[in-house]
Design a protein around this ligand. Structure first.
Ligand code: FE2
Ligand code: FE2
Length: 167
């Protein structure tokens, strides 16, 4: 695992390391699942990944670029709509990281390190699962920032994250 400082555009990195994820039918279908007030799960995952890349780049934190991007893209890959009470799984807030990691392993063969980043993204809801290393802390922070924006911004995160090659 080689750790480097990110210098490139977020969308270039997402396409390079997550092209197979973006084109997977199950991932595309996440755009039908509501996430927060102004987002669906698909747009939330892109939103979080872009913010995580921007933070790592701005703070010059060395990360394993590929794993960092893939774990951020898949951190909420639990594949159901959590607003759909009859069909959502039990204890969604505490357990969806496990569902996401299991689905990501099945569909994309994630590495043990990527699995750990995904499993530990719900701190402090899961207080005993501390974010895993600096990359894990950045993903957790990006998730909180993205969630806040999606709850309170008037512009949908989907509008924000279509064709923005300059970030
Ligand atoms: Fe989550
Ligand atoms: Fe999330």
């Amino acid at each position: 695992m080689e750790k480097t400082i990110i210098t490139e555009n977020a969308y270039v990195l997402i396409r390079r390391h997550g092209g197979d994820i973006l084109s997977h039918p199950s991932f595309k279908a996440l755009s039908r699942n509501k996430q927060h007030h102004n987002s669906n799960t698909y747009s939330h995952l892109i939103h979080v990944t872009v913010i995580a890349i921007k933070i790592a780049r701005a703070w010059r934190v060395k990360v394993d670029e590929r794993s960092f991007v893939r774990a951020a893209l898949l951190h909420d890959y639990y594949l159901y709509d959590w607003h759909d009470k009859p069909n959502r799984k039990k204890q969604h807030a505490r357990r969806h990281a496990v569902y996401a990691a299991d689905n990501a392993e099945r569909d994309f063969g994630i590495t043990p390190y990527e699995r750990k980043l995904i499993l530990n993204h719900m701190w402090p809801v899961n207080p005993h699962k501390l974010p895993y290393g600096k990359a894990g802390w950045i993903i957790v922070l990006a998730d909180k920032i993205a969630t806040f924006q999606e709850l309170f911004s008037k512009v949908s995160s989907e509008d924000n994250y279509t064709n923005k090659p300059s970030i």
